[in-house]
Design a protein around this ligand. Sequence first.
Ligand SMILES: [Zn+2]
Length: 69
Amino acid sequence: MTIAKCPLCGEKVKVGIKPWIGQEVDCPACDATLEVVSLRPLSLDWPYDDEGYYETGYDEELELEEDEF
Ligand SMILES: [Zn+2]
């Protein structure tokens, strides 16, 4: 199980075994709807954050690690 940190409250959020960019997850602590914005390192952000933040040039050769921690 991969764990990411909620940017809002800092709680650990489970994102499944193989997270992907754009995956939506819910924080169990603050009930925020978050989106996976980066896999290495795994990070979450709000899906409705400023749109200019996202870059479309992600490498296709992302290596997924099942146990980031
Ligand atoms: Zn949270």
